[in-house]
Design a protein around this ligand. Structure first.
Ligand code: GUN
Ligand code: ZN
Length: 432
C-alpha cells in the first residue's frame, strides 16, 4: 500500500465535488492485483489507521481524478490548427493525407509514443481514441498504452467509400481485421477495443451492417463514431439515406446504438434523436474546442439535460485544438452560454470538471472504475499545482469558495498545472 497526503478533490455525487483541504489518499491492490483507492478522507482521521503505510506529502498541491477524454484521434497530432472552411474540406485537405502515413508501423509507433506522452503530460489517464484504417496503427497504439498501463480504448477506422486511396479500406477485410484486433487486444490489461465506423458517409451499408453484427456479438466492446457535427455532413447523409428519419437513425438501423456506443459531436439533433440516445444508452462526446475551431455549431446542453442522455467532454484532437482538459472545460463553458435557457452563468465549475472525469467515465460505462477517487476506483490521479504560474498563484490564493478555486483553474490552467500524472499499476499479472 501507498498513501498520498495533499488537498484531495473527488466527487461525492454526479457534479458534486468535495475538496478535502488536508487529505489522505490510500491506494493498494485489489483482488486482481491492480492498485485501487482503499480510503480517502481527512488526513487527521485516516493517519492513525494507516500509520504503517508510507506516505508521500505534497503540501500546497491538489490531488484530483485523472481526466477522461471521450474522443480523440491519435493520428491527428499534426493536424491540429489546420484551418478550413468546415469539416468536409478539412478532412479531405488535411486529415486524410496525414492519416495515410500510418500504414507504416514505424511511423505509427513514433506517433503513438508522442501521443501517449502528451496525454499523460496533460493529466489524461483514460481515452477513447481513433486510430486510422490501418491495423498497424492500432497495434502500435495499444503496445505503447500497455507499456504505460494506461486505460485506453481504441479501434481501427472503418472507411470503405468516399475516401482516397491510402486510407480507404475494403469491406470484407476491414471486418476481418476488426475482429482479429478485438481478439488480440480487448480486455488485455487495461485496454479496450472500439468498433470504429468513421461516420456514415465513409462507410458502405455492408460495412455498417458488418460493424453492427460485430457489436452484437461482442457486447462489452465499445463503438465510436461521429454524428451530426456539421450541416453539410448532415445534408450529405440525407442524400445517402433519403428515407431515414435522421442521421442518428441510420446508426440505429445498423445496430450501432447501444450502451458503450459513443458518438462525437451530436450537435444537429432534434428531441426525437435525443430520446433515441437515451433509450439506447448511447452517449455523446462533446468536443467544444473542435466545434468552435471548425465552426460546426454548439452542443445543446439544455436539450441534452431536458431529455436526459449521457455525455461527457472530449478534446477531439486534431479538429480540437488542445490536449489540455482545462482548455476543453473552458470551451465547454463558452458553449454552455449559447442557447442558455435558465438564468445564471452557463455551466458551473463542478459540473464542467465532472463532465471531464466521473461523468465521462459514466458515459463510457466505467462509473466507479475511473474518473473519481472513491474507494474501489482505479488509482489514476493527477497532482495539480495551483501556483503553476504567477497569475494562477495570485488568483487561487484569493479563492473564497470551492467554485471560485475550480473556476480559476479551468480559466487559467493548462499542462503547467500538472505536476504529476499517476496511473494505476498492476502488482502482479492481471486478468485479461
Ligand atoms: N467526421 C469524420 N471524420 C472526422 C474526423 O476525423 N474529425 C472530426 N471532427 N469529424 C469527423
Ligand atoms: Zn473526431
Amino acid at each position: 500500500m501507498k498513501a498520498y497526503r495533499a488537498s484531495i478533490l473527488y466527487f461525492s455525487a454526479p457534479g458534486q465535488a468535495v475538496l478535502e483541504p488536508d487529505g489522505l489518499l490510500v491506494v493498494g491492490p485489489d483482488a486482481r492485483g491492480r492498485q485501487v483507492v482503499q480510503a480517502v478522507g481527512p488526513w487527521a482521521q485516516l493517519a492513525p489507521r494507516f500509520a504503517d503505510v508510507p506516505a508521500a506529502h505534497f503540501p500546497g498541491r491538489i490531488i484530483a481524478p485523472g481526466f477522461v477524454d471521450m474522443h480523440i484521434h491519435y493520428p491527428q497530432i499534426d493536424v491540429i490548427g489546420s484551418p478550413a472552411e468546415g469539416l468536409l474540406p478539412w478532412l479531405e485537405n488535411y486529415t486524410f493525407p496525414h492519416e495515410k502515413r500510418f500504414a507504416a508501423h514505424d511511423y505509427s509507433a513514433q506517433a503513438a509514443t508522442f501521443f501517449i506522452a502528451e496525454l499523460l503530460r496533460n493529466g489524461v489517464t483514460t481515452a477513447l481514441t481513433f486510430a486510422t484504417s490501418h491495423p498497424a496503427s492500432v497495434d502500435a497504439l495499444f503496445a505503447q498504452a500497455r507499456k504505460h498501463s494506461l486505460r485506453l480504448i481504441a479501434g481501427k477506422v472503418l472507411m470503405d467509400q468516399n475516401a482516397p486511396d491510402g486510407v480507404r479500406d475494403e469491406t470484407r477485410q476491414s471486418l476481418l481485421d476488426t475482429e482479429a484486433l478485438i481478439q488480440r487486444w480487448h480486455g488485455v490489461d487495461r485496454l479496450g477495443y472500439a468498433i470504429t465506423p468513421r461516420f456514415v458517409p465513409s462507410c458502405t451499408a455492408a460495412q455498417l451492417a458488418g460493424a453492427g453484427e460485430l457489436a452484437a456479438r461482442y457486447p462489452d466492446v465499445w463503438i465510436q463514431s461521429h454524428v451530426a457535427e456539421n450541416r453539410a455532413e448532415v445534408a450529405w447523409v440525407r442524400e445517402l439515406y433519403p428515407k431515414a428519419r435522421s442521421y442518428l437513425s441510420v446508426y440505429e438501423q445498423f445496430g450501432l446504438l447501444r450502451p458503450r456506443a459513443v458518438y462525437a459531436h451530436c450537435i444537429h439533433l432534434d428531441d426525437e434523436d435525443r430520446a433515441l440516445m437515451r433509450a439506447t444508452g448511447a452517449a455523446a462526446a462533446v468536443s467544444p474546442t473542435s466545434n468552435l475551431f471548425l465552426g460546426s455549431g454548439f452542443f445543446d446542453y439544455a436539450g441534452a439535460d431536458r431529455v436526459g442522455f449521457n455525455y461527457g467532454l472530449a478534446s477531439d484532437v486534431g479538429g480540437g485544438t488542445s490536449f489540455s482538459p482545462f482548455h476543453t472545460m473552458l470551451a465547454a463553458y463558452y458553449v454552455g452560454r449559447e442557447g442558455q435557457t435558465k438564468p445564471g452563468v452557463s455551466l458551473g465549475p463542478q459540473q464542467l470538471w465532472w463532465q471531464h472525469t466521473g461523468g465521462a467515465a459514466r458515459a463510457l460505462g466505467l462509473e466507479g472504475v475511473v474518473g473519481n477517487l472513491q474507494p474501489g476506483c482505479e488509482a489514476d490521479f493527477v497532482v495539480l499545482d495551483p501556483q503553476a504560474t504567477p497569475l494562477l498563484a495570485r488568483k487561487t490564493a484569493q479563492a473564497a469558495s470551492l467554485d471560485e478555486l475550480l473556476f480559476s483553474m479551468i480559466v487559467l490552467g493548462d499542462d503547467r498545472m500538472i505536476d504529476q500524472t499517476v496511473v494505476s499499476q498492476a502488482d502482479g499479472p492481471t486478468q485479461p
